[in-house]
Design a protein around this ligand. Structure first.
Ligand SMILES: Cc1cc2nc3c(=O)[nH]c(=O)nc-3n(C[C@H](O)[C@H](O)[C@H](O)COP(=O)(O)OP(=O)(O)OC[C@H]3O[C@@H](n4cnc5c(N)ncnc54)[C@H](O)[C@@H]3O)c2cc1C
Length: 475
């Protein structure tokens, strides 16, 4: 008699958006009998998606929006029956504070790299404007496939455009400074245009700028992105082990063994090891480095080269009726100083109440401040009360709004964002090549092909498909 075929066992490490998307897709592909386990070291699923109540509002204190222009999150919401919950920002523009003045962020750029000199003219002094206008005529670029963004932009456009626009825009995405980021991973379209022979950055930006569709660029969920997390947890129907850390990964004759540890005695696992036919690691780079050490050394070493930046989100909920500026928010250039000469603690504010229709309809008025740049912890050293005080003072100076908040929240994200430095795409290729050689192993997450939610969803989905092929023998 042939033994009954055992349903496949797959373990997903990390319950952020990448791991939960993977678990959801695995359930879809492997059916109801598959044993899918999601191991998460904290006491809640979602990772950097975290919706919590502040001042009577549902507030996202991690990621707050997804890029709607990419299909992945929009499609996932539709698949989960949440399409009707999607909402898009008001038409109001965002601003940047640079050189002591707050101005509208210009269109016609790729992350601040102008498609024409005219696009950024309003932001610059006469000298800087002339430098930007001269960029297309500079001698050809010494392009070898990647470059440190800051030095390249400074050499081609000068410091002013780099510091006033590109740096704040990239700081908003990576919590990183332009000088430490690489062009290919942060502006892949521009890199491809250079590969294809663009002879200046202006020409490369013009060739790679997305054609405006007239449709919304961003979206969110009107009950908070936590609703997406809840839906993924439900459809994945996995054995979700919260408060449990995977401490070590081991290759066995039959597959993989995960060695588990508890963060509190209440979470102590019944069995400190979990055996699986396949594993998806959907964890940040430092954890991936540790778990792959000794198992897939080349991938571990590549993960080990990815730095991470820490940040914090400070939510201020102001009394109903508080008037905000008529824009969606403000980014602060790194060198900005307050009237008293001290640096701002915040690097950006989102005027959430103005930006999102569902919040505008609510009574209390939400503003989100972001704090923390890579290698510049600054105000992150302050305790929560002091951080709120500093962020409130920044907000008042920038907007003139002094109303005391009715509620506040501070959410810290230690090592929250990977830094895509020079050569990052090559590092990721090394990770993926090494992992692909290991049957039943896949990786996903923000370290790989973009920190944004659509890119994370794409990696979770791809990892699940790879692993499903392996466990069903269809590889
Ligand atoms: C403050 C902030 C704001 C952001 N805003 C936006 C935004 O508006 N739009 C956008 O598109 N992107 C935004 N991002 C980026 C985006 O949120 C993240 O890149 C994305 O959510 C990462 O998802 P992930 O699943 O790859 O990783 P994570 O969310 O980090 O999930 C990984 C999980 O793995 C767990 N884990 C780690 N090690 C182990 C282990 N050994 N055992 C078990 N579990 C482990 C962690 O606890 C974590 O829950 C923001 C990021 C931050 C920090």
């Amino acid at each position: 008699m042939t033994p009954p075929v055992r349903p496949p066992r797959v373990a997903v490490v990390g319950a952020g958006i990448s791991g939960l998307t993977a678990a959801h897709r695995l359930r879809d592909l492997l059916g109801p009998t598959a044993a899918i386990t999601v191991v998460e070291q904290t006491d809640r699923p979602g990772g950097k998606l975290h919706t919590t109540e502040v001042g009577g509002l549902r507030v996202d204190v991690g990621a707050e929006a997804y890029l709607h222009r990419r299909p992945e999150v929009t499609d996932l919401l539709a698949e989960l029956g949440l399409a009707a919950r999607a909402t898009h920002p008001a038409k109001a523009r965002s601003t940047v504070r640079a050189g002591g003045v707050t101005r509208l962020i210009p269109g016609g750029t790729v992350m601040g790299v102008p498609t024409t000199a005219g696009a950024v003219a309003d932001l610059l002094t006469d000298d800087a404007r002339a430098r930007v206008a001269a960029e297309p005529d500079l001698p050809g670029l010494d392009w070898t496939g990647d470059a440190a963004l800051g030095p390249l932009l400074r050499a081609r456009f000068g410091d002013e455009l780099t510091d006033r626009l590109v740096d704040p825009l990239l700081g908003g995405v990576y919590a990183g400074a332009v000088d430490g980021l690489g062009l290919r991973a942060t502006m892949p379209g521009l890199a491809t245009a250079l590969d294809d022979g663009a002879t200046s950055l202006t020409a490369a930006a013009a060739a790679s700028a997305p054609t405006p569709s007239g449709g919304p660029v961003f979206g969110t969920v009107d009950t908070g992105l936590g609703t997406l997390v809840d839906a993924l947890v439900a459809t994945a129907a996995a054995d979700l082990r919260l408060g449990t850390t995977v401490r070590r990964l081991e290759r066995t004759a039959a597959g993989w063994r995960l060695h588990l540890g508890a963060n509190t005695p209440a979470h102590a696992p019944d069995h400190p090891a979990l055996d699986a036919d396949a594993v998806i690691l959907a964890v940040p780079a430092p954890a991936a480095r540790k778990l792959l050490d000794g198992v897939v050394p080349a991938a571990s070493a590549a993960y080990g080269q990815v730095e991470v930046a820490s940040m914090a989100v400070v939510a201020l909920v102001l009394p109903p009726g508080t008037e905000l500026p008529g824009t969606n928010g403000v980014l602060l250039s790194a060198g900005e100083r307050k009237l008293d000469g001290t640096p701002f603690a915040a690097k950006a504010f989102t005027f959430s109440h103005t930006k999102w229709p569902h919040l505008r309809a609510a009574g209390p008025v939400l503003v989100r401040g972001s704090v923390g740049r890579h290698h510049d912890p600054g105000a992150l050293r302050a305790d929560d009360d002091e951080l709120v005080r500093l962020v409130r003072a920044d907000f008042t100076e920038l907007t003139g709004v002094g109303a005391p908040p009715i509620d506040t929240a501070v959410r810290r994200w230690g090592g929250g964002l990977p830094q895509y430095g020079v050569g990052h795409t090559a590092l990721v290729e090394r990770v993926e090549r090494a992992v692909a050689a290991e049957p039943g192993l896949a990786v996903a997450g923000a370290t790989l092909h973009g920190v944004g939610l659509p890119a994370c969803v794409a990696t979770g989905d791809a990892a699940a498909r790879r692993v499903a092929e392996h466990v069903t023998g269809n590889a």
